[in-house]
Design a protein around this ligand. Sequence first.
Ligand SMILES: [Zn+2]
Length: 77
Amino acid sequence: MSLQAITDAIANGKMICPKCQGPIKKYDKYAATIDAVRDGFNVIDIDSHGERVTLICGNDGCEWKERTEYPMEYVAD
Ligand SMILES: [Zn+2]
């Protein structure tokens, strides 16, 4: 899931907090999954796979947040 898709899902209120059932308001990106391959002394190839984000509910009275590699699980059908 791309960051753009996450942003769109949140903007459209489709990402749902499992605690209060309200729409999740925001996210923070915390790290991409990175495979670094050292080839020789100075050459490093880096590939990025997927996105890890911290989803933050942000609704009044709800402290829910979750780090996940699978933010699609929180998108309502
Ligand atoms: Zn919530």
